[in-house]
Design a binder for this molecule. Structure first.
Ligand code: HAM
Length: 427
């Protein structure tokens, strides 16, 4: 095929066979979020660039290297959202959602954009399912959020997801930590990559998540944030762990886990997939971000799951996805008059919520019946001149070929409902 162009690098089409699986996973996540009192928010795909620069931190990989930023026709700098949190915080404030009382609990499911080198689980357009909770300062909120994600993984049949946990403290305890890091890395400057060298003064914590093997080797011996936590941050972290333990949730403490974005405070966590070897998602507290974006000081926390990665993990774990329902009833018709009748019966079934279909390709009867089998119809009904004249037809159960007479007149729906209910009960 001679296409004028292919999908851009780092993007993926989701075909119907995939979207059926995606929707099942998304429905599980949504139902878990709603069970926990979260409601959906939708925000724009692009925002003014400064929201992400200020929100995520201008000395981060995402902001420095990965944003899709451009000037619009009026000369304003706008950026395709590289993540959900900053936009959701802005929207929560701009729409005064805090007026309804705390905690404000929001979830979203959205494509995000990062200019990255595409590889397995790393795309330029990727989908994130995320949740954000505002106004909840207690460690119980951290545990509730983590438990919710793990419960959704379990409900999907995903059993190889771990939990890595750390606390990166608050600005007060981080001041001393930054000094310690600066001292440590300054003494090892020669081994650092140019990006890390440039971060040494402005943001030494970012050196801890540099991907260069040389920087990683140096970072392995760096001072640990957990040795610098203030009393309040220590108490918060130990209570988060106590809550998780009480909920029977296993976790690994990882003092090297700092996350790649600047807004985090205190608890940070990731959900590594053991079989894939990378994180399906991550999140944490960001108690300073709401104020930084222009609101009143508000404790907040959340997580984001990479849907593309989650789907890879589900496939890898050979999770059984439910079969999508294409049509419960297929009505085959011969001739124009029968086709009109088929359309109206299909329509009547739809109004009662029964998935139903009929031929619209001008196929012969044999081909129509073959199609009914292909789409997995539970019942078929053949309409021709005889059936129209008698006002009756044979409803055939496709699994065993048994038939039941059914009116195709005014009582069609009542009779169909009664027959299918009987057969459901095995009568
Ligand atoms: P993040 O760790 O940068 O956090 O992204 C969240 C998840 O999105 C990652 O764990 C990963 O599964 C997925 N992800 C990120 N980049 C890509 C990519 N290029 N291709 C495929 N998947 C990707 C955040 O974005 C935070 N906003 C999460 C959060 C919400 N923290 C608090 N609230």
């Amino acid at each position: 095929m001679d296409l004028i162009t292919k999908a851009p690098k780092g993007t993926a089409d989701l075909t119907p066979a995939q979207t059926a699986k995606w929707r099942w996973a998304e429905r599980t996540l949504i139902s878990e979020a709603e069970l926990n009192g979260f409601a959906e928010i939708r925000v724009p795909a692009f925002e003014h660039t400064e929201l992400f620069q200020r929100g995520m931190g201008d000395v981060t990989d995402v902001v420095e290297k990965q944003m899709y930023t451009f000037e619009d026709k009026a000369g304003r700098s706008v950026t395709l959202r590289p993540e959900g949190t900053a936009g959701v915080v802005r929207a929560m404030l701009e729409n005064g959602l805090y007026n309804a009382g705390y905690p404000v609990k929001l979830y979203y499911n959205m494509p995000c954009y990062r200019y990255e080198k595409p590889q397995a689980g790393r795309m330029r357009e990727f989908r994130t399912f995320g949740v954000e909770m505002f106004g909840a300062a207690e460690p119980a909120a951290d545990a509730q959020l983590i438990a919710m994600a793990l419960s959704a993984f379990r409900r999907m049949g995903l059993h190889d997801v771990g939990l890595q946990l750390n606390s990166i403290g608050c600005p007060a305890c981080r001041k001393e930590y930054h000094q310690a890091l600066k001292g440590y890395f300054s003494a090892r400057k020669e081994g650092l990559c140019p990006t890390c060298l440039s971060r040494l003064d402005k943001n030494p914590m970012r050196i801890l998540d540099c991907k260069s093997p040389d920087c990683q080797a140096i970072a392995a011996g760096a001072p640990k944030i957990t040795d610098y936590l203030c009393e309040d941050c220590k108490a918060h972290f130990s209570q988060v762990q106590a809550c998780l333990t009480a909920l029977g949730i296993e976790f690994t403490l990882d003092s090297g886990l700092v996350r790649g974005l600047d807004y985090y405070t205190r608890t940070v966590f990731e959900f590594p997939s053991k079989s894939l070897g990378f994180a399906l998602g991550g999140g944490g507290r960001y108690d300073g971000l709401v104020e930084q974006i222009g609101g009143s000081p508000t404790p907040a926390l959340g997580f984001g799951l990479g849907m593309d990665r989650l789907m890879l993990a589900l496939e890898e774990q050979k999770v059984e996805f439910p079969e999508p329902v294409k049509a419960e009833v297929f009505i085959a018709a011969m001739g124009d008059e029968a086709q009109i009748k088929a359309l109206s019966l299909v329509n009547a079934l739809h109004t009662c919520g029964v998935p139903a279909d009929c031929d619209v390709c001008g196929r012969g009867l044999k081909a129509q019946m073959k199609y009914a089998g292909k789409i997995g119809a539970k019942y078929s009904l053949v309409l021709g001149g005889d059936e129209l004249a008698a006002g009756k037809a044979q409803l055939k159960r496709m699994s065993d070929g048994t038939t039941r007479e059914i009116s195709i007149g005014g009582s069609f729906i009542e009779e169909y409902t009664a027959i299918s209910a009987e057969q459901e009960l095995g009568l």
